[in-house]
Design a binder for this molecule. Structure first.
Ligand code: CO8
Length: 265
């Protein structure tokens, strides 16, 4: 495994064809600062064009948690609301995950609050350690979620459940997050959490990468379309894949009762 330092708050670790984007402000429970806002999308862009990477995982360093949200102690010069709107609108770092072709997994342990949960919601799938504490506490701070939470959470779990969580700021556990569908898996223990995440990521990485990419695109683009257009998109992408070398190889390998060897096209 090799490590690349993106900046003081973000690093990338390579493990076979997986890449881990790690938030490295463990002392502040990985609270989001400008280095994270810029470092995460920068790392994702680099990894997306790197042919040796199949799957990307985002995780937080340290024992305390994935991310405790926006840095509440951050000092900023006085800004007008127009300047704030412009600064955040130009960055839109969580949205950059939607435009990454490769699948991005959020590996969540410990605290996952506010902007940290919004970052996780921006990822394609979420796996939790049994120790997670999850909440969207923004209204207690006189704010609302500003990283897509008010839009993504209702679409993911339904409006009433999302409003309940956001209006109360209630903290939920791993099993509650699983029951709500915010995470799709809970690891069997905190000790085995990262190994289980790596196993999940490897299972995805073993599959033909073009199919994985088109699958993500069909779902992500389809979410913005009406149903008929979505079916058309699916058919277009299906037809493209049907002619790919990897699809042919998969069928031949099945007939020959051997493991397929994929080339990525
Ligand atoms: N910002 C800055 N520092 C933080 C944050 C934070 N969000 N969270 C924790 N820290 C720091 C603490 O200040 C403390 O630092 P120090 O040791 O220097 O005092 C250190 O991390 C450890 O934290 P605690 O001592 O507080 O640990 P506890 O175990 O007592 O409590 C909690 C852990 C419950 C997580 C507590 O730290 C907490 O409530 N944190 C704030 C959580 C929060 O309200 N987050 C939401 C922020 S608002 C937001 O995210 C809006 C999103 C806007 C859009 C973002 C785009 C994606």
């Amino acid at each position: 495994a090799c490590t690349q330092i993106i900046n003081d708050s973000v690093r990338v670790e390579r493990q076979d064809n997986l890449a881990w984007v790690v938030l490295t402000r463990a002392k502040q429970i990985n609270a989001i600062n400008d280095e994270i806002r810029h470092g995460v999308p920068e790392a994702l862009r680099q990894l997306d064009t790197d042919p040796s990477v199949q799957v990307i995982v985002i995780r937080g360093d340290g024992e305390r948690g994935f991310c405790a949200g926006a840095d509440i102690k951050e000092q900023r010069p006085v800004e007008t609301s127009i300047q704030i709107r412009k600064r955040i609108g130009q960055n839109r770092w969580v949205e950059s995950i939607d435009t990454i072709a490769k699948p991005v997994i959020a590996a969540i342990h410990g605290y996952c609050m506010g902007g940290g949960l919004e970052l996780a919601l921006g990822c394609d799938i979420r796996i939790a350690s049994p120790d997670i504490v999850m909440s969207l506490p923004e209204t207690a701070l006189g704010l609302i979620p500003g990283g897509g939470g008010t839009q993504r959470l209702p679409r993911l779990i339904g409006e009433a459940k999302a409003l309940d969580l956001m209006l109360t700021g209630e903290r939920i556990t791993a099993n509650e997050a699983l029951a709500l569908g915010i995470v799709t898996r809970v690891a069997s223990s905190t000790e085995t959490f990262l190994t289980e995440v790596a196993e999940l990521a490897q299972r995805i990485a073993k599959r033909p990468p073009l199919a994985t990419e088109y699958l993500k695109r069909a779902v992500k683009s389809g979410a913005d379309m009406d149903l008929r257009k979505g079916f058309d998109l699916e058919l277009d992408l299906f037809a493209l894949l049907k002619l790919s070398d990897d699809a042919k190889e998969a069928a031949i390998a099945f007939k020959e009762k051997r493991e397929p060897i994929f080339k990525g096209h």
